[in-house]
Ligand binder design. Structure first.
Ligand SMILES: O=P(O)(O)OC[C@H]1O[C@H](O[C@H]2O[C@H](CO)[C@@H](O)[C@H](O)[C@H]2O)[C@H](O)[C@@H](O)[C@@H]1O
Ligand SMILES: O=c1ccn([C@@H]2O[C@H](COP(=O)(O)OP(=O)(O)O)[C@@H](O)[C@H]2O)c(=O)[nH]1
Length: 926
């Protein structure tokens, strides 16, 4: 793939892990050989930002230059930016709601840029290994084109590209859907409830604005995207973006990372647009979260709400895998450690030490957000002062509360609430000269913040929920000499990485937090050192650079992996070729599965169809006519081969002139005749009763599961049960079976996606087809060999032997030439999957061996009850002895798996709707 840094090296190691390890080694040695020059740092924006350094290779110094930059990059053709003596830099488009700078208008065409505050910005500023551009909103409404042009130019110098959102969109999308709906919900604060009706009414318009805004971000990405770029979408503001991007260009490498928690699926399922959002995110190639818990919740939501398959690697939908993993963010720790040496920071520290001499300093740094638990923190501090008189004039709490999302009413309320509490406590415990709480309603610059972190004795992070919380990391990075204590909420993502060194607290438990404050202030030096050391090691090794590099590297690898998987996937059935060959043949055999092949797709039934309608298998209404026509064609023989029992097939197909093969082919009847059995005579079914008891036991204990008792098998199905519980129960059930009822029985256990089936050994569709074929040939008194076979089904892997049954009839020549696939006609894909060289000719020899006499010897077909009749096939055959029953001319065999991605069939079809298209075409053209 052009422009893929990862693919620039032709020798791709075999396994995913090997590839990722090699990538990691390369990154490390590269960093060792080419550390970021100090010179670069001089050019940092606002004194601390390398990410925003002016573009080196593309001369990105103004908006006008940008198109030429794009052209120059295109000339590289592969999208990798090379620097002499260095490995190529991956081009990266970072797309986040907020740009790292916010714009303030100073005149008609002049702008001032200020650093944005927030963890996302802080972390991404530390990312230096990429040739990156940042696409986002500058936090300001710019209605006029003069202003837009000037701002675009100013931002281009910082490698930023603006998305212009008007006031109404910002109101509905940012203040409304993002910060009033998704933000509280993802932090377990629920959906807004104050005015339920108003909320419900405005919900739809806010969601529409959300989608519209995401599309606007996508449009800007499309404008600046070059082949091979990695597009990295960030956060809950842009959950719709992966879908918009992929719909425009399916080849785009798209990653999505969530900076907030992803809540339990039980919380997510309350969101009216829950499914749409999940599906949009799943369009990405890689989805990342801060912690394994958030990733697990996301996968759970996809399985429980969307009914998709969750695997250890991610979420699978029709064979398409979206990789899901945890990538805990970090900070640029060096930047903080180095800053402490700067004279201005030293100066700040000196001032602070003097100002608070004789008192221990406690620190809180948060955006003024309800998730940060600021009122709870202050109340805990009050309790501590209440209970510890001796500390009252010896400790001070400095609380930096950065105003945020000030247009959202909830945030306005919080501001007054915090002011009220702080005022009350200072009134209660303050003196004429000192107050216990210093509360600041504004942000600090980087140097002031570093100084504050360095002089602090105890940092207090009491988030009620927090994606990660970088303040805790920054505090640790600045504590090399003081070795202060971190009190950290167990509900912050950071608790999973800094939990060993911090004092973990439940922020809702004011008593516990107050006690922890006492413990921290009195902690002996050696314990403080040990705790600090642990956290310092973590913070300095798990940096934001490492975080971004790992994510991008995994994203690149996900693409490689997807390409490898695609190669193993059979091509789509070339319908026209299958129809043409059908028309050219004179003795055709059509073997059709029933469930999910000839039934209506589940989606069509919709939610209202429900379990009851789905469980009752019904022939797809659109198939009735074509099927009738095909059955009445004397050159065509149709067999419906199903796992269902006889009554189900009787009900659905009794009126057609065809063969019915029930219970995986163990029972057979021509619709004009009676049921007979093809079961091997010595089939042992003694195990049935004991297995039945186990199945009954688990059915009773697994709501919405059911089991079917057939004559040759038992199936326990948990398709409609809670998927995770169903899986656990299935594991338990299997254990019971293996150690008990079937430990010595000759049975096969067949595990489906959401079912467990126990069958007598040898019961498979492939084993049955041999006997069925014998009976058909005999019954029809066939004179000419079968010269066309179409075998279609949504079969379990165990039953896929029916596809391979016909495979000895391999083509001895090259497969037919079929038009190459085009975007307009992807269904015309034809990839020869069968070798036509040596094995082909061997197969051709084998073909001779599948003669009638072989079939006759195998076939033992007997009727049921009174109709039992042993058949001596040899006597009844009308074909010449030894001549072949099958003469598929190499290419007249079409095996096709429906609704599966991996199969031993030659081809695939998406769903039973495609089967309708195919059978209609066969019926109409014949
Ligand atoms: O852009 P704003 O609406 O002003 O909000 C600022 C940011 O807040 C959130 O930050 C999160 O990201 C941090 C880094 O991953 C993480 O440590 C923290 O726990 C999160 O709350 C938000 O997710 C960002 O999008 C905002 O930019
Ligand atoms: O006055 C301030 C207060 C905070 N921050 C930064 O804001 C970020 C807050 O990130 P965190 O992950 O803790 O929470 P978020 O605000 O993203 O939810 C940190 O990098 C702080 O350094 C800042 O630059 N100036």
């Amino acid at each position: 793939m052009p422009g893929n840094n990862y693919n620039c090296n032709p020798s791709t190691p075999r396994s995913r892990l090997e590839r990722l390890l090699r990538e990691r080694e390369l990154r490390r040695s590269n960093r060792f050989l080419h550390p970021i020059e100090d010179g670069n740092r001089q050019a940092e924006l606002l004194g601390n930002d390398n990410f925003l350094t002016e573009g080196e290779n593309f001369g990105l110094s103004s908006e006008e230059d940008f198109p030429e930059g794009v052209a120059a990059a295109k000339a590289f053709a592969d999208g990798c930016e090379w620097k002499e003596g260095r490995t190529p830099k991956q081009r990266l488009l970072v797309v986040a709601n907020r740009l790292p700078v916010s714009a303030v208008r100073k005149g008609e065409d002049s702008w001032q840029l200020e650093m944005s505050v927030g963890g996302l910005v802080s972390a991404l500023l530390g990312v230096k290994e990429f040739d990156a551009r940042w696409i986002g909103w500058a936090g300001v409404n710019v209605p006029d084109s003069v202003g837009q042009k000037a701002l675009t130019k100013a931002l281009a110098e910082k490698r930023c590209i603006p998305v212009f959102l008007d006031e109404e969109i910002v109101h509905q999308y940012y203040n409304g859907y993002c910060n009033n709906i998704l933000w509280p919900l993802f932090h377990y604060l629920g959906l807004p409830q104050e005015d339920r009706l108003a909320t419900t009414r405005s919900f739809q318009s806010q969601f529409d604005a959300y989608k519209k805004a995401n599309q606007m971000f996508a449009d800007v990405v499309h404008k600046h995207y070059l082949d091979g770029d990695v597009v990295w979408c960030h956060d809950y503001h842009l959950m719709f973006l992966p879908k918009c991007l992929k719909e425009h260009n399916n080849k785009m490498k798209v990653g999505w990372f969530l900076h907030t928690p992803f809540p339990s699926s039980e919380i997510h399922r309350t969101l009216p647009s829950r499914s749409e959002l999940l599906r949009s995110v799943l369009a990405a190639d890689l989805v990342g979260f801060h912690t394994y818990d958030y990733a697990r919740h996301f996968v759970s939501a996809c399985t429980r709400i969307l009914g998709l398959e969750g695997t250890p690697e991610g979420v699978e939908d029709q064979g398409k895998l979206t990789r899901v993993a945890a990538f805990p963010i970090g900070i640029d720790s060096d930047r903080f450690i180095r800053a402490l040496e700067l004279p201005q920071v030293q100066e700040h520290m000196k001032e602070l030490k003097e100002r608070f001499a004789g008192r221990k300093v406690m620190l809180g740094v948060d955006r003024l957000d309800m998730i940060k638990g600021i009122p709870q923190k202050i109340l805990a501090f009050e309790k501590f002062l209440e209970e510890n008189l001796n500390w009252r004039d010896k400790v001070v709490l400095l609380q930096i509360a950065v105003p945020t999302r000030t247009d959202v009413p909830e945030y306005q309320k919080l501001t007054s609430q915090v002011h009220e509490i702080v005022g009350r406590i200072n009134g209660r415990f303050g003196t004429l000269t000192a107050v216990p709480i210093h509360h600041l309603d504004r942000s600090l610059d980087f140097h002031a913040l570093c100084a504050l972190y360095a002089v602090t004795d105890v940092a207090l992070v009491t988030s009620l929920r927090d994606g990660m919380n970088l303040v805790s990391y920054e505090f640790v990075a600045c504590q090399a000499s003081k070795k202060g204590v971190l009190i950290l909420s167990e509900f912050a993502g950071a608790a999973q990485s800094l939990g060993a060194g911090a004092i973990l607290v439940n922020p809702w438990n004011v008593t516990e937090v107050a006690a922890s404050i006492g413990y921290a202030l009195n902690m002996p030096a050696d314990e403080r050192e040990k705790r600090h050391h642990h956290n310092f090691m973590h913070v300095t090794t798990h940096t934001s650079q490492e975080w971004a590099a790992t994510f991008v590297s995994e994203l690149n690898d996900t693409i490689v992996e997807a390409q490898l998987r695609t190669r193993q996937v059979p091509p789509l059935l070339p319908i026209q070729v299958a129809v043409d060959r059908y028309l050219q043949s004179s003795n055709r055999l059509l073997i059709l599965g029933f469930n999910a092949t000839l039934t209506e797709p589940k989606d069509t039934l919709g939610r209202r169809g429900g379990q009851i309608r789905e469980m009752e298998l019904k022939l797809h209404p659109d198939l009735k006519e074509p099927l009738k026509k095909l059955c009445d064609d004397s050159k065509t023989t149709i067999v419906v081969l199903s796992g269902s029992d006889r009554s189900v097939l009787d009900d659905n197909f009794g009126d057609y002139n065809m063969w019915l093969a029930a219970e995986n082919g163990m029972f057979l009847r021509l619709t004009m005749g009676e049921w007979m059995t093809t079961m091997p005579e010595n089939l042992n079914m003694d195990w049935v009763d004991s297995v039945k008891h186990v199945f009954e036991y688990f059915t009773e204990r697994t709501p919405r599961s059911h089991f079917e008792l057939r004559e040759t098998s038992l199936v326990w199905n948990y398709k409609y049960a809670d998927i995770e519980f169903g899986r656990l129960q299935a594991r338990d059930l299997l254990q019971h079976l293996w150690t008990g009822p079937i430990s010595n029985a000759s049975v096969d256990v067949v595990q489906g996606g959401r079912s467990v089936e126990v069958r007598a050994v040898g019961v498979t569709k492939g084993a049955a087809i041999d006997r069925i074929l014998g009976e058909i040939v005999h019954n029809k008194g066939m004179k000419a060999p079968i010269d066309y076979v179409l075998c279609i089904g949504h079969f379990l892997p165990k039953d896929e032997d029916v596809y391979t049954f016909f495979e000895p009839e391999l083509p001895s020549e090259a497969p037919p030439t079929v038009p190459r696939p085009t975007p307009a006609n992807p269904a015309m894909t034809y990839v020869p999957r069968i070798s036509t060289t040596k094995s082909g000719s061997r197969a051709a020899r084998l073909k001779k061996q599948r003669s009638l006499s072989t079939l006759e010897k195998r076939a033992t077909v007997h009727g049921i009850g009174n109709a039992w009749r042993p058949t001596l096939m040899r006597d009844k055959m009308s074909l010449h002895e030894g001549s072949s029953v099958l003469d598929l001319k190499g290419d007249n065999y079409f095996s096709c798996a429906v609704g599966r991605k991996r199969s031993s069939a030659r081809y695939l079809l998406g769903s039973s709707d495609d089967v309708v298209t195919l059978l209609k075409a066969l019926a109409e053209d014949s």
